[in-house]
Every structure is written in C-alpha cells, then in structure tokens.
Design a protein. Sequence first.
Length: 136
Amino acid sequence: MEIRRATTVAELTAAQDLFDQPVRPEWAQRFLAAQGHHLFLAYEDEGPVGFVSGVETLHPDKGNEMFLYELAVAEPFQRRGIGRALIRALAAVAREYGCYGMWVGVDTGNDVALAAYRSADGKDDGTATVVTWDFD
C-alpha cells in the first residue's frame, strides 16, 4: 500500500468510486487549491482504495485544529490497516502544521469507522451531538 497526497483533479476523479457522489471537477479544483484542505489517497495495485480528507480550522482563542472530514476505504480492502494509515497520515500533517488536536464526527452505529479511529489512537469522548442545517 502507498499513501499519497492528492494534488490533481485527475487523481480525485480516478478515485470517485470511493466518494459518496461523483467528483465534480470544479469542486475538486477548488478543494485542492484551498489553503488548509488536505486529502490523501491510499493505493494498492488495483489503484485507489481509500482516502481521508481534512480541513484545518483556526480560531482566535484556540489556535489551529484539524477536522477529519471524511474517511473511506473500499469494502474489499477494509480491516487491513488502510484506514488507520490514512488517519495517521492526516494526523502527521496536523502536527506539522501546528494543530493542537484533531477531531471527527461519527454517525451513530458506524462501528467500522469507530474501529478505524480507535485503531489510530482516537478516543471517543462521549460528549458530542451533531446539529445540522440544510440549505437546499
């Protein structure tokens, strides 16, 4: 397995089966160009098999923190340490950029994701509720 930072729209398009929706080139370009946005792809011989994305958030009284936005590993490649390796790659960048921590929201009952986060030394603090707004 190899993990590389995504730097081109073509890389993201080649990995679009890993995303929830088809990759839109204009959004992919905007993501890649935005300061503080990070996306790593995991590759096996078959091509891209997983990704993790993160966004740095900066606040006047807290400093810099990494939000792990999304993690995905193709089902045939799950439980092989790929998710853990992707999380650790993002955490390494977070440390490099001076983030004081990293966090992720997890859907209730998503045991596969929780197992991946725990395997990469993440801790469930048991205190979060997610509140959302839809603007469609």
